[in-house]
Design a protein. Structure first.
Ligand code: FES
Length: 74
């Protein structure tokens, strides 16, 4: 997969995740966490989306962006 990253207003940040959907929404109902800490991707670059796999680090270095995951903590 080849992705060109551009930091500019009006440019899509989601290159290829579930593009057939009008809006990608994931819901998580949390009453008890199975694992103490779970990280959810907010950069749209994770290979394990919706979970963070650390790909935001490469994205941030390439673009000067500062995105990071949503952390669910117990
Ligand atoms: Fe996207 Fe970590 S991989 S926030």
């Amino acid at each position: 997969r080849s992705v060109v990253l551009v930091k500019a207003e009006g440019v899509s940040i989601n290159p290829d995740i579930r593009k057939s959907e009008d809006k990608v929404v994931d819901s998580v109902v949390v009453t008890e966490l199975a694992k103490p800490n779970t990280a959810y991707c907010r950069c749209w670059r994770s290979g394990t989306f919706p979970l963070c796999d650390g790909s935001h680090v490469k994205h941030n270095k390439a673009t000067g962006d500062n995105v990071g995951p949503l952390l669910l903590k117990k």
